[in-house]
Design a protein around this ligand. Structure first.
Ligand code: ADP
Ligand code: MG
Length: 595
């Protein structure tokens, strides 16, 4: 087959494929156009997963009648004049491709009336497969309505690849909700197959949009984020502002898709930014859970290249690390400042709420309650550690004002598991295991940061038989293990000898801890990242910390509470569970009917 130039209609369909992947892409482009036109109200209607019909109506500035056919010419746009403009794009669209592309693969009707245009009415244009069918004057309100029917009717290959209508509808819902969150000043309404799916008021309050999109109970758990680079404590390139909402640690999901990010209010799918958010939650959330966040990164348009992806879903930053840091720090600071001590949600009038502990109770009875040695708590060293530390190197020492726990007076221990303490704001129930984990974790991370993890030589080395996968990772990561305090040598075949262990672990079962750490290494990232290291530290601390079912002396409890007060995040353990429950004086008074 010789080389020949493709006929224009074939070329148009191929080009359209870049922009219009599925019905949700149509919705995205039309919504972006409406926002660019300054719309305050935006109505989106879809039928049959968007394949049968997508309609987007807006009250934006409209298109002048004489320019309407031009809007469907490829690379025709009112948003750019020169190449220089491309360096500082402030609109969502800029390529002049969307309308041409959508029209090429559907039956499209656009009705528009421009505000302030000398001709009284509006105009309606119809196209089929990109071919103009008619252009007629018509009475219309100011704004634009675009109706796209029978998407891909002339591209059977694409049609075949569409998923079930419900799935396509899901994508559409996602797009519209994301734009509703990015533009809280615009009222959005989404109707799916004749039924209203959701609506925002356009009040300009992001929180209201959050309620509309996430529902009230999730929205209630969101914390306002305000921050950016360039604060006094660590100057960065000024002009990166991060705003929005981040979920409190109580709110988490099994999937990462609830980290919703905008750059200059353009929805982007940027893995490294999402990762920055996830990192900020490290030790606040249980392992394998993902946060909920809605954040907008605002920066000089010249600092970001939006022209790197056909559907504009990805952007490129001139200084990605600065943006990454700004996001991470803003979220981290919010968490540290706000993470509340969870209030006691139970009522004393329902003794059933204690029944859940019966199983645990039996276990403790079975395992007995070994007396705990003072040194096992490992506090002596802790007292000499610097007080202000943070588990993330990239994060400045957080202002812990809001997250501090007040000085607490230990009252006693219940169920060999909880420490009761009194503070100026009422009663605190502290989970001794979770609290100790937090304290040890801080200690281990601080030692690790200074490359000085205290290691203790075992009096009698322990031999461990390892699985092949564990042998491989042990050989490859011997240095990492040494950094953590594990000293291991081969002892023939798949048997190894454990010569020294992290000092923290000297009382626990070091062989078990080693195997668990190796398993984590196998599952996790190699070479070891900081995040992976933190996960290992979590494992070591879980193994090393005092368990439930251990009686603590008053002095030991005081040491534990003091150390917890000084820790980086006294209210959560490294797994993200709460270390304490707070019963305020007012709550107590209410329970006793004094209020
Ligand atoms: P782009 O958005 O990249 O400019 P489009 O193909 O999406 O390209 O739109 C072409 C032009 O049509 C836009 O530049 C704009 O002038 C006009 N336009 C499209 N949709 C609307 C709308 N809803 N309201 C007003 N003008 C619109
Ligand atoms: Mg556009």
């Amino acid at each position: 087959m010789g080389i020949k130039v493709l006929p224009p209609d074939v070329a148009a369909k191929i080009a359209a494929g870049e922009v219009v992947e599925r019905p949700a892409s149509v919705v995205k482009e039309l919504v972006e156009n409406a926002i660019d036109a300054g719309a305050r109200h935006l109505r989106v209607e879809v039928q049959g997963g968007g394949q049968r019909l997508v309609r987007v109506g807006d009250d934006g500035r409209g298109i002048a009648p004489e320019e309407v056919p031009l809007a469907f010419v490829r690379h025709a746009t009112s948003k750019l004049n020169s190449v220089d403009d491309l360096e500082r794009v402030t609109t969502l669209g800029f390529r002049g491709e969307a309308l041409a592309s959508i029209a090429a693969v559907s039956r499209l009707t656009l009705t528009t009336r421009q505000s302030g245009h000398p001709s009284e009415g509006g105009v309606r244009i119809r196209l089929e497969g990109g071919e103009q069918q008619s252009l007629t004057p018509i009475g219309a309100a100011v704004g634009t309505i675009v109706t796209v029917e029978n998407l891909f009717y002339n591209v059977p290959a694409r049609l075949k690849f569409l998923k079930a209508a419900a799935t396509e509808t899901g994508y559409i819902k996602q797009i519209v909700t994301h734009y509703a969150l990015a533009w809280p000043g615009v009222a959005f309404e989404l109707t799916i197959d004749g039924r209203q799916a959701f609506q925002t008021t356009g009040s300009g309050e992001l929180y209201e949009a959050l309620v509309a999109v996430l529902g009230l109970s999730d929205a209630k758990q969101m914390l306002a984020v305000e921050g950016g680079a360039g604060e006094a404590d660590r100057p960065g390139p000024a002009g990166i502002a991060v705003s929005g909402y981040a979920g409190a640690p109580s709110l988490h999901r099994g999937r990462r898709d609830r980290i919703i990010l905008f750059v200059n209010r353009r929805w982007v799918q940027d893995r490294s930014l999402a990762h920055a958010v996830a990192q900020a939650y490290q030790t606040f959330l249980p392992v394998d859970r993902h946060p909920v966040a809605v954040l907008n990164v605002e920066l000089d348009p010249g600092e970001v290249d939006v022209n790197v992806h056909p559907t504009k879903a990805e952007v490129k930053f001139r200084e990605p690390n600065a943006v990454f840091r700004a996001v991470q720090r803003a979220v981290r600071a919010t968490l540290v400042a706000h993470a509340p001590v969870p209030g006691a949600g139970f009522s004393f009038s329902h003794p059933t709420s204690f029944e859940g502990h019966a199983g645990d109770q039996r276990r403790w009875e079975r395992e007995g309650s070994p007396e705990l040695s003072y040194s096992q708590l490992g506090f002596e060293a802790q007292r000499t550690m610097p007080g202000e530390r943070t588990p993330l190197a990239d994060v400045p020492a957080p202002s812990t004002a809001g997250a501090d726990v007040p000085p607490l007076r230990v009252v006693g221990q219940v169920q060999q598991m909880y420490v009761i303490a009194e503070g100026p704001e009422g009663l605190y129930l502290i989970d001794q295991h979770a609290a100790h984990e937090r304290v040890l974790y801080d200690k281990l991370m601080a030692q690790w940061e200074q490359a000085a993890v205290a290691s203790q030589t075992l009096l009698s080395p322990v031999t461990v038989e390892l699985a092949p996968a564990h042998v491989a990772v042990l050989e490859a990561e011997r240095e990492t293990l040494a950094g953590l305090g594990f000293q291991v040598e081969p002892f023939g075949g798949s048997t190894y000898r454990l010569l020294a262990v992290p000092e923290l672990l000297s009382q626990g079962d070091p062989a078990e801890a080693l195997v668990e750490v190796l398993a984590e290494m196998v599952a996790g990232a190699v070479p070891m990242s900081r995040a992976a290291h933190e996960r290992l530290a979590v494992i070591v601390c879980k193994r090393a910390s005092v368990k439930g079912g251990q009686t603590l002396s008053m002095e030991e409890m005081r040491q534990l509470v003091r150390a917890l007060e000084r820790s980086t995040a006294p209210r959560t353990c490294p797994h993200g569970r709460p270390t304490m429950i707070h019963l305020s004086a007012a709550q107590l008074a209410r329970e006793f009917g004094r209020l």
